[in-house]
Write a protein that binds this ligand. Structure first.
Ligand SMILES: *[C@@H]1O[C@H](CO)[C@@H](O)[C@H](O)[C@H]1NC(C)=O
Ligand SMILES: *[C@@H]1O[C@H](CO)[C@@H](O)[C@H](O)[C@H]1NC(C)=O
Ligand SMILES: *[C@@H]1O[C@H](CO)[C@@H](O)[C@H](O)[C@H]1NC(C)=O
Ligand SMILES: *[C@@H]1O[C@H](CO)[C@@H](O)[C@H](O)[C@H]1NC(C)=O
Ligand SMILES: *[C@@H]1O[C@H](CO)[C@@H](O)[C@H](O)[C@H]1NC(C)=O
Length: 591
């Protein structure tokens, strides 16, 4: 009775509450972060955006889906009453097209992210109204066709990504009216050729990526039209040649990425007049530099890793000796003598990578003149121990990368040397075959028990020390173990081995034990022969027993009596098998 009377009141109260509090669609999550109202719908399986169930004053809308439960969305003009929207992210939602004035009015929209959809075409009214948009992300769609000037409303756009679409060519005036664009990403499109005419509206841009665009050459007019470029990414294309002074029009260029092309040689004066913070030439087929390749250039970081160098001529590097601070020569087949020759004059070096060079040892004097070194990458080599004394000259060393080597453990002496490097902030040790047993890992285990040391080694799970053996600990993170979890060195057999290998006392003990076993065996044999003499006298009665005894003895000598009543040959074969099995088992324990 009372419940019936209360009904209208409940409905009324709910109505009031609806006015005061935010609405939020069931399948979305609504938060307030730093006074911004954010709606996130990421459950997937949506056929439309439940816009009518959202507050009109939301600032951020995020719609996305997992791969298993995709959204199939269309947009349309659904934001007409949403004047406060600053960011819209509709990603992974199979959106097939943007649509005429879909984000109207959009005066406050700063970021529009439509990446990972199925958009195939752009139209010149798609972005109507978005005059304050700063970031437009259309990456990972299927865009291949468009009219000229699709972005002409976006006069304040600073960042545009069209990465990983299907653009085969750019049309004239494609970038018309993008007068404030600073960053353009066209990477991952099968462009092959870029017509200078189509880039002439991009005069202000500072960063351009044309990576993975199947380009073989760029017309020199392109460089002339982009005088403000600071960063140019031409990675993973098909360039096989750059002319001397190719980049001379790009006076402000500081970062140039030419990695992953087909370059064989770097010609004289290739970078004359250029001042680079970073020059990437890795992953080419460069066999040699012309002697004057770096003449009249200034380079702070040079990456020539993963090429075909057999020697690096120090004369080539002379022009940049005083500016070079970072050098990556990894994954080349350069001799140790050559490495030392190259490093010797580079007194300003702060970072060096000798990764992937199959190194097993370092000569004591290798780094004597690189006293400023802060970053040393020795990853992907064949080190299983390291005389850390070579690191002594580098009192400023901050990062040491030893990942991907063959370390099974570190000795106390090695760790003591590491502790002497007072500025060391980070030691990368992952991807080594760490043997988490007492004889290999104990010093390291105790060393990382100290919090400061642990912080240097483990930034997150993946770059920590993960045990490779024994099998029960494989995949376990070393700092998570307790000391009683760490087994002795792989079973009793190998402990014996360690004992003998480890100390002279061990050898004496082992020899003594061996002699005792031998003596016992001999005594037993002598006694047994006496028995047998007795048996011969009662040959007819004792025949069966004799066979049993003989096989028992044989089994004893080989390594274990076989209980089954197989006699003679069969018994011998059986016990023989079990003996080899035993041997295999203990071998497995060692490895
Ligand atoms: C979305 O479209 C795909 C392919 O057309 C289909 O397999 C899937 O079931 C659709 N998802 C929904 C939620 O309708
Ligand atoms: C757009 O969304 C994708 C996928 O969620 C994300 O990876 C990307 O960083 C976003 N882009 C911008 C500019 O926020
Ligand atoms: C969107 O494109 C992907 C990959 O190209 C395709 O598998 C999917 O079926 C497309 N979805 C729709 C709704 O067309
Ligand atoms: C070196 O570069 C400057 C530009 O920085 C240029 O003016 C000069 O001519 C170049 N010198 C030579 C020898 O090419
Ligand atoms: C040099 O380039 C390689 C491959 O492109 C990259 O993995 C490496 O990190 C770069 N080295 C430096 C010091 O940036």
């Amino acid at each position: 009775m009372a419940a019936v009377l209360l009904w209208p009141w409940t409905i009324f109260l709910l109505f009031i509450a609806g006015l005061c509090y935010s609405k939020c669609p069931d399948i979305c999550k609504c938060d307030v972060l730093k006074t911004r109202k954010i709606v996130t719908c990421n459950h997937g399986g949506m056929m439309q955006i439940p816009i009518t169930e959202m507050d009109r004053d939301i600032q951020v809308l995020i719609v996305t889906a997992s791969r298993d439960i995709p959204n199939n969305l269309t947009i349309g003009r659904i934001f007409l009453n949403f004047f406060s929207l600053e960011e819209i992210h509709i990603t992974h939602s199979n959106v097939p097209a943007i649509g005429d004035s879909s984000f109207w009015p959009g005066n406050n929209l700063r970021i529009l992210n439509l990446s990972h959809n199925n958009i195939t075409q752009l139209h010149d009214t798609d972005f109507n109204g978005l005059k304050n948009l700063q970031v437009l992300d259309l990456s990972n769609n299927l865009i291949s066709a468009f009219p000229s000037a699709p972005f002409h409303f976006l006069s304040n756009l600073k960042t545009l990504s069209l990465a990983r679409n299907s653009l085969r060519r750019l049309v004239p005036r494609f970038f018309y009216m993008l007068g404030n664009l600073e960053r353009l990403d066209l990477s991952g499109n099968p462009l092959r050729n870029v017509d200078p005419e189509n880039l002439k509206d991009l005069r202000p841009i500072k960063s351009l990526s044309l990576a993975k665009c199947q380009i073989e050459r760029l017309h020199s007019l392109i460089y002339q039209q982009l005088p403000n470029l600071v960063e140019l990414d031409l990675r993973d294309n098909s360039f096989n040649y750059f002319a001397p002074e190719e980049f001379r029009h790009l006076k402000k260029l500081r970062k140039l990425y030419l990695d992953g092309n087909n370059l064989n040689v770097i010609v004289d004066m290739a970078f004359s007049g250029q001042i680079f913070d970073y020059l990437g030439l890795s992953r080419n087929n460069i066999v040699s530099f012309d002697v004057c390749a770096f003449c009249n250039s200034s380079i702070r970081a040079l990456n020539v890793s993963d090429n075909q160098f057999s020697t690096l001529m120090i004369d080539t590097l002379k022009p940049i000796i005083f500016t070079l601070q970072t050098l990556d020569i990894g994954f080349n087949k350069i001799t140790m003598e050559n490495i030392m020759e190259v490093l010797e004059p580079l007194h300003r070096l702060r970072g060096v990578s000798l990764s992937g060079m199959k190194l097993t040892t370092l000569p004591p004097s290798i780094f004597v003149s690189n006293r400023d070194l802060r970053y040393l990458d020795l990853s992907q080599n064949h080190f299983n121990s390291l005389s850390f004394k070579v690191l002594r000259p580098m009192s400023k060393l901050e990062v040491l990368d030893l990942s991907g080597n063959r370390f099974q453990g570190l000795t106390q002496e090695e760790l003591d040397h590491l502790s002497l490097l007072l500025n060391l902030k980070r030691i990368v040790l992952h991807s080594n075959p760490w043997a988490c047993n007492e004889c290999h890992i104990l010093p390291l285990f105790h060393w990382i028990a100290e919090t400061t040391n642990k912080a240097k080694v483990c930034k997150n799970y993946h770059d920590c020390i993960v045990c490779d053996s024994p099998r029960i600990l494989a995949g376990k993170e070393l700092p998570a173990l307790r000391s009683r979890d760490i087994p002795p060195c792989g079973g009793p057999f190998s402990q014996f081995r360690i004992l003998t290998a480890g100390s002279r006392l061990g050898i004496i003990v082992a020899t003594a034990v061996f002699i005792i076993i031998l003596l016992v065996g001999v005594i037993y044999l002598v006694l047994y022969r006496r028995h047998r003499a007795v048996y011969y006298t009662h040959e007819e009665e004792r025949c069966d027993d004799y066979v049993v005894y003989e096989s028992a003895l044989e089994a004893d000598l080989i390594g274990g009596y076989n209980d089954e009543k197989h006699l003679g040959f069969v018994a011998t074969i059986d016990t023989g098998d079990s003996a080899t099995e035993e041997k295999n088992k203990s071998r497995n324990n060692i490895t």
